[in-house]
Design a protein around this ligand. Sequence first.
Ligand code: THU
Length: 133
Amino acid sequence: MIDWDALRAAAREAMTRAYMPYSGFPVGAAGLADDGRIVTGCNIENASYGVGLCAECSLVSALHGPGKPERPRLVAVSVVDRHGAPLMPCGRCRQLLWEHGGPEMLLETVRGILPMTEVLPDAFGPDDLIDRA
Ligand code: THU
């Protein structure tokens, strides 16, 4: 069972740490890893606007942080806006989540809990590099 309330609370806490002097738009993300860890991230912007990091980027970095197993996977993810409401990941971040969570990873969306297959249909992913080599 996934404790979505706890995951959302962790995403909301991460959102308070966002560094967003340019957009003024804070985002927080929290993920349950397959080893039981809850990892979090927030958006971290840059004076060179295009190199700013989305909250999901920070989340994936944390997934691969200290104490991680060899191949950590995301099982469930919550991304929130400044109001603590679910925020749909941008296109690039859907690809990131696909890479590190795969088709079965669950995301709390504006339409409820959905698997990644519905968030990023017909995704390009690691299997394509093998199947289409
Ligand atoms: N942002 C995220 O952190 N994640 C998303 O999926 C959408 C957008 C951030 C990037 C930027 O710092 C701010 O929201 C405004 O676009």
